[in-house]
Design a protein around this ligand. Structure first.
Ligand SMILES: Cc1cc2nc3c(=O)[nH]c(=O)nc-3n(C[C@H](O)[C@H](O)[C@H](O)COP(=O)(O)OP(=O)(O)OC[C@H]3O[C@@H](n4cnc5c(N)ncnc54)[C@H](O)[C@@H]3O)c2cc1C
Length: 515
């Protein structure tokens, strides 16, 4: 059988240095020859990002005949242009921020260290190439998966085409992810802008950067670029950053970004961009304030659009819409019962761990007639700014809207010894319980390591462990996670009713012989 023709990769990895070439050799090997299709597959997976890889490897490990089709780079957004490069960059940026705060620890001797943007980007490329080995085409082939490089499209309700090959399936999974939304700003296409697909290609720092959008991507990268030496303006038309989060958490973030010297513009529309005298001039309108900022680059972080184009979903009988993506029921089944969808293309929660969890659910439901429900998953998330903002479960406003009786226990990080010793007293742990019980309904944590701390709350929610039990868990001293135990202590104090207190007092008086 002749090799199936492949498309040119859509995501260009630059500067095409040895690290980029090493990554490509793993996730898009130039010499790759697609295998001949192997009869009917138990599972054909469209898209080789987190959801696709997890489903394909999970199904193959259980003995299924699996084909995985990837049109661009295996590993998808997370590895190539998402979590991995952004977190590598954030770490380098946080190193420079710590040096910048050195006077807090060293008295008045301030080391003069200029951030090395080029080195930070090179470090990112090196680590990305290293992690890319896990998602390599050869490794997948060694696990028994037929890997096809090329764009997949449905032929009909039971077949998928890739290049010249047709893959017949029992079940299929759409895991084609999402991409950056085009910003609706006059002149921006002509002026040019960066998205997550291009920003990690930079090797030189933009002296001045405008970030459009105040979601996780915008806030994380605005802070990282500022810490790496760029003059950053961030504009969002919303009144708060991270619009879904608790307001006090968003306010702490806005304050932190301002304190670092970022020009924060909320309630602000970026109306138009023109290129003049070699710089991009963006018009920012906030009520009656109309200003122009001149920058070298613009980074668009204004939302995500699910990848549904070109899949010929109509031929497969799969309903979709924009901006929601592929329509699925609670079992992640599309309107074609043989076809499932997971990850960014179908979920509101556009996170790698949600893509992973939904893919596992599909393997059980599609191949083993499982009845696992998306709504049964407890999915936390975290924005990796400094401080980090992590959340799981219900929000105060949801409970209020639904008239749901709830009690909240809040511990400011300034009351947590380790946070004080670390010089990180900003933030809080806030845990919500069903009123009259210790059943945890949700939590928001704002702290430097909130993403690590929230997992304890997720565990408690999944395992049905109440806040009272968390108070009994001995936490190492001093740790920032002890804040969770402190919230448990606060809960326990509310259980001490006046009657219990009076009884206790009487007992103690009796024990000392009434003296
Ligand atoms: C800058 C940035 C930072 C992020 N940071 C985090 C983070 O810290 N933590 C976190 O949890 N999440 C983070 N995310 C989100 C995370 O990257 C996504 O939620 C995750 O990658 C979704 O996985 P997926 O498998 O659904 O989609 P993707 O990773 O997008 O993979 C989909 C794959 O399908 C392929 N594809 C598309 N169409 C076709 C077709 N027709 N045929 C074949 N293949 C096709 C694509 O090329 C792609 O490789 C970040 C995202 C961005 C942009």
């Amino acid at each position: 059988m002749s090799p199936t023709p492949r498309d040119t990769p859509l995501v260009a990895l630059l500067p095409d240095d040895p690290y980029d070439r090493e990554l490509l050799a793993q996730v898009r090997p130039p010499e790759w020859i697609n295998p001949p299709p192997a009869g009917r597959y138990n599972l054909v997976v469209l898209g080789g990002g987190t959801a696709g890889l997890v489903a394909a490897t999970g199904a193959a490990a259980l003995g299924a005949r699996v084909a995985l089709v990837e049109k661009d780079l295996l590993g998808g957004d997370c590895l190539n242009v998402g979590c991995v490069p952004s977190k590598a960059l954030l770490r380098a940026a946080s190193f420079y921020a710590d040096i910048g705060h050195a006077t807090r620890f060293t008295g008045d001797t301030q080391p003069a260290v200029d951030a090395n943007f080029t080195a930070a980007m090179e470090r990112m490329r090196r680590l990305r190439a290293q992690l890319g080995r896990d998602d390599s085409a050869r490794r997948l082939r060694d696990r028994g998966i037929d890997v096809f490089l090329g764009a997949a499209a449905f032929v009909d309700r039971r077949r998928v085409a890739v290049g010249g090959a047709t893959l017949a399936f029992e079940k299929a999974l759409i895991a084609t992810g999402s991409r950056a939304a085009r910003p609706d700003i006059d002149g921006i296409e002509a002026a040019g802008y960066l998205t997550n697909e291009t920003v990690f290609n930079l090797t030189e720092w933009p002296r001045r950067l405008l970030v459009v959008g105040g979601g996780p991507l915008g806030c994380e990268l605005a802070q990282a670029f500022c810490r790496l030496g760029c003059a950053v303006t961030i504009a969002s038309h919303e009144p708060y950053f991270l619009p879904g989060e608790e307001r006090d958490a968003a306010e702490i973030l806005a304050h932190a970004l301002r304190r670092e010297g970022i020009d924060v513009r909320l309630n602000t529309d970026v109306r138009s961009v023109v290129v003049e005298a070699g710089e991009k001039r963006a018009r920012l309108v906030n009520y009656d304030q109309d200003v122009t900022v001149a920058v070298d680059e613009i980074l668009a972080g204004a939302g995500r659009v699910p990848h549904v184009e070109g899949l010929n979903l109509e031929a497969a009988g799969v309903d979709y819409d924009l901006p929601q993506g592929v329509r699925v029921n609670d079992f992640l089944q599309t309107t074609n019962p043989r076809v499932y969808a997971a990850g960014d293309v179908a979920l509101d929660s556009k996170y790698t761990h949600a893509a992973d969890a939904s893919a596992r659910l599909v393997v059980q439901n599609a191949l083993f007639r499982g009845r696992r429900r998306l709504s049964s998953l407890t999915i936390p998330w975290c924005t990796y700014t400094d401080p980090e903002i992590a959340h799981v479960g219900i929000y105060v406003r949801n409970a209020r809207d639904q008239g749901f009786p709830m009690k909240t226990f809040t511990v400011p990080m300034s009351d947590v010894d380790r946070a004080v010793l670390d010089g990180e007293p900003e933030g809080f742990v806030k845990i919500h319980v069903r009123d009259g019980t210790d059943t945890i309904l949700g939590a928001t944590i704002v702290a430097r390591h909130a993403g690590e701390m929230i997992n304890e709350i997720s565990l408690a929610m999944v395992a049905g462990i109440g806040l009272r039990t968390l108070a009994q868990v001995i936490h190492c001293y001093p740790t920032q996670a002890a804040a969770i135990r402190q919230a448990g202590d606060a809960y326990n104090r509310t259980r001490l009713t006046p009657t219990l207190k009076a009884l206790s007092r009487r007992w103690l008086a009796w024990s000392r012989g009434g003296r």
